[in-house]
Design a protein around this ligand. Structure first.
Ligand SMILES: [Zn+2]
Length: 54
């Protein structure tokens, strides 16, 4: 994971939040770049997969 602004890999996760909007669950991670100070977030989505989808 790199900073979208300056490309630095020195990122710090400031906090992690679980977000649930009914059918889907997301993990939202708030990050801050150590180099340029930009704050941004990434979202990871979990969804159930059926083995026959693979
Ligand atoms: Zn940066």
């Amino acid at each position: 994971m790199k900073c979208p602004k300056c490309g630095s890999e020195k990122l710090k996760v400031t906090h992690t939040r679980k977000q649930d909007d009914g059918e889907e669950t997301y993990i939202v991670r708030y990050r801050r770049c150590v180099e340029c100070g930009s704050a941004f977030k990434t979202r990871e989505q979990y969804s159930f997969a059926q083995p026959d989808e693979w």
